[in-house]
Design a protein around this ligand. Structure first.
Ligand code: AHR
Length: 509
């Protein structure tokens, strides 16, 4: 068994981990909202119609920033349709997924849910078929003190207190020809800048995410981002990145190496942000909002997003396996490794639609990708450390060389968390974590997610094939931990350490 050595040092700090990188995404599509988080007909519904079983499983993942209401849905959504007495809200044809939208869940229900779940609301304004003024009014509805027509409307609908929504998206994937209201970059940039000005005039404390490239394969990739950032300038706080990946060739080793290309996507977009900042002679640093990411390929076709004019259809209900769970962990490792530039990231999505949780009638299933998310949930506070990894690796077909062990590490108060993915499909791995300058006192907890094969899944008939298990014994000396990993796994280990490191470096500007 080849040894991998992971060297960590408390002075090799990347940046504090922004909690918002553990965000989620709730869109009006398929059964994400209706029959997902909101299902008044279910025996699990609480008095507000929220599904208690779904919410309890989501609560264990402790999502932070929750993006809503879309997605492609956002580009045709008029928020006024979703507020006020439910009986007078319009039932509409929704064009992003060719479905019926009854508007029984809207802004007020979302905020109520966000408060209940301790989510930070992140609202995507409609810059497709909507106007900058409509976006401005939505900010006033959410954040304005009572006394103006939209804030008074909020009070009439039940909340005198402003909702204080601090994070707003300036549209969704406006570079995609599939998007309602899609326009070339220069036209979107004008729309986004106009909306940004009005929105920030209403509430200067909000932060804005401009639409970056929806896919790295689009012909406008990077050029779109450059044009938009240069025009929107200092009104932008973040640029969005989206990424969906999959094992299209049935080659697990190659698929698990996709992390290289996620790292690269982040690094080139940060490079572009630095370029625009320099070109504009601006002091303003743009950060990255990776506000849609996941595995999605089995159901990525026109039929899977076609509701055929019906309500709450089974759209985009991807069934996940073990290798997908490891790729999800790979995304998180990449975000942690880039804690200096990735400040927001949203798993797309949270229930039924490309999600860790599936419902079927009153049943619920936790899919394989639920479990790596759970591994990181209680281990995410602190500063990301730069890990030096020495060990075996392989040349992948599409993504270049990767270490067999993918790593990230977070140094918190009195704790050190390490995350290790063993990409080998057949071989266990020995990993030595060497922590010069950090005394290891004990192992607080050590868990692993693995399974019988790369394609093993949880199903309603066999729901427990993939789950978190205790990781076997870890040998510990003062500055070294020796860990044995099974093939195809992600492990998370938290050590109690002998110091509180308080010298976290702020993110660079
Ligand atoms: O998450 C599903 C869809 O994927 C979203 O609506 C869209 O933004 C993306 O293309």
């Amino acid at each position: 068994m080849d040894l991998t050595k992971v060297v960590l040092h408390p002075e090799y700090q990347i940046a504090p981990v922004d909690p918002r990188i553990f965000g989620g995404f709730l869109e009006h599509i398929g059964r994400a909202v209706y029959e997902g988080v909101y299902d008044p007909q279910s025996k699990h519904a609480d008095k507000h119609g929220f599904r208690k079983d779904v919410l309890s499983s989501l609560k264990d993942l402790a999502f932070t920033a929750m993006r809503y209401p879309g997605g492609n849905f956002a580009s045709g959504y008029h928020w006024l349709d979703g507020v006020g007495p439910r009986s007078s809200r319009p039932v509409l044809t929704e064009l992003a997924s060719l479905s019926i939208e009854p508007n029984q869940f809207g802004t007020d229900e979302f905020i109520q849910l966000a408060l209940k779940m301790n989510w930070t609301p992140m609202i995507t304004a409609n810059l497709g078929t909507g106007t900058p003024e409509e976006a401005r009014n939505w900010v006033e509805y959410c954040n304005g003190p009572v006394g103006t027509s939209f804030s008074n409307l909020r009070a009439k609908n039940g909340s005198v207190d402003p909702y204080g929504v601090k994070l707003w998206g300036l549209g969704n994937e406006m570079d995609g020809p599939w998007q309602q209201g899609h326009v070339p970059a220069d036209q979107y940039a004008i729309r986004a800048q106009q909306a940004a000005k009005l929105m920030k005039d209403i509430d200067p404390s909000i932060e804005l995410v401009v639409c970056g490239s929806a896919e790295i394969g689009l012909p406008t990739y990077m050029e779109w981002d450059r044009i938009v950032l240069e025009y929107v300038g200092d009104y932008a706080d973040y640029v969005s990145l989206h990424r969906y990946v999959g094992n299209l060739t049935g080659d697990t080793a190659d698929y698990l190496a996709v992390t290289n290309s996620i790292d690269q996507q982040i690094e080139v977009m940060d490079g572009l942000c630095r370029y625009v900042q320099a070109k504009l002679h601006s002091r303003k640093r743009y950060y990255l909002a990776f506000d849609e990411w996941n595995v999605w390929y089995r159901t990525q076709n026109a039929e899977s997003v076609n509701g055929h004019g019906k309500f709450a259809q089974h759209l985009v209900e991807e069934e996940y396996n073990l290798e997908d769970a490891l790729v999800v962990a790979g995304f998180l490792n990449s975000f942690i490794r880039h804690a200096d530039v990735v400040k927001i990231a949203n798993l797309a999505q949270i229930a039924n639609v490309i999600a860790p949780i599936l419902t079927r009638g009153d049943q619920i299933l936790l899919q394989s990708i639920y479990y790596p998310l759970a591994l990181y949930t209680h281990r995410r506070e602190g500063v990301a450390l730069q890990a030096i990894v020495r060990g075996p690796g392989y040349e992948s077909k599409n993504f270049g060389f990767v270490n067999t062990i993918d790593t990230s590490a977070i140094l918190g108060n009195g704790l050190l968390h390490t995350f290790l993915i063993n990409r080998s499909t057949t071989q266990p791995a020995a990993v030595e974590v060497e922590t010069t300058g950090i005394g290891l006192k004990s192992v607080l907890s050590a868990e692993v997610v693995t399974g019988p094969s790369a394609t093993a899944c949880n199903t309603f008939a066999q729901p427990d094939t993939i789950h978190n298990q205790k990781l076997g014994k870890i040998k510990l000396t003062d500055h070294k931990a020796t860990i044995s990993l099974p093939p195809l796994c992600v492990a998370a280990i938290s050590f109690c350490i002998d110091d509180n490191f308080q010298f976290y470096r702020p993110s660079p500007s």
